[in-house]
Design a protein around this ligand. Structure first.
Ligand code: INI
Length: 177
């Protein structure tokens, strides 16, 4: 279930990269993520969703989106389930390393909303529509990270007072949109 965040994020722009692999799970993550952003005041037009084949492809697209400077944060959603595949460890290590590296390189918050579970049941639990959902949590982390990055770069504006931060400028410290 999407949770209301305390602060309004109206005016902020988010990119979402979502893997199509295990779509039954990732679709639920995406829904909770966009619901949480919407409840926080983010307009539908300010959310760009890009679908990629699997989690392995997420880092390249996330980095490209972050480098384009059109988003205040990028949220990565996927579900890697161990099952019987030897792929699991390779994909998990590549996607986590790639997302972390992309965030450091671009200095744009890139949120790790990728489930890495042993079983489908565990993944379903973390993508539950009515209880805790990692997609919603990823949206909350993204909003919070925009605030953190702005606060350490001295561009806080109205954000600290709990009002809309759109007035304090999007993509703080960057000139290109
Ligand atoms: N992709 C996932 O997102 N989750 C998985 O569980 C998964 N498994 O198990 O194989 C998976 N594989 C596809 C991979 O991410 C790439 O799309 C593919 O290897 C092409 O590069």
């Amino acid at each position: 279930m999407a949770k209301k965040t305390a602060r309004t994020a109206a005016g902020l722009r988010f990119g979402i990269v979502v893997a199509q692999f295990n779509q039954r799970i990732t679709g639920r993550l995406l829904r909770a993520c966009t619901d949480t952003l919407a409840h926080s005041g983010v307009a539908a037009n300010d959310i760009q969703v890009v679908r990629v084949p699997g989690a392995f492809e997420i880092p390249l697209v996330a980095r490209t989106m972050a480098r384009a400077n059109r988003h205040d944060a990028v949220i990565c959603l996927g579900a890697v389930i161990r099952g019987d595949t030897p792929h699991f460890d390779y994909i998990c290590s590549e996607v986590s390393r790639g997302i972390g590296q992309a965030a450091l390189e671009t200095e744009v918050p890139i949120i790790f909303g990728v489930l890495t579970t042993e079983t489908v049941a565990q993944a379903e639990q973390r993508a539950d529509q009515k209880q805790f959902n990692r997609g919603g949590a990823a949206a909350e982390s993204a909003i919070e990270m925009v605030r953190v990055m702005r606060s350490i770069s001295g561009k806080v504006g109205k954000w600290e007072s709990g009002e809309s931060i759109s007035q304090s400028g999007r993509a703080a410290g960057r000139t290109k949109r």
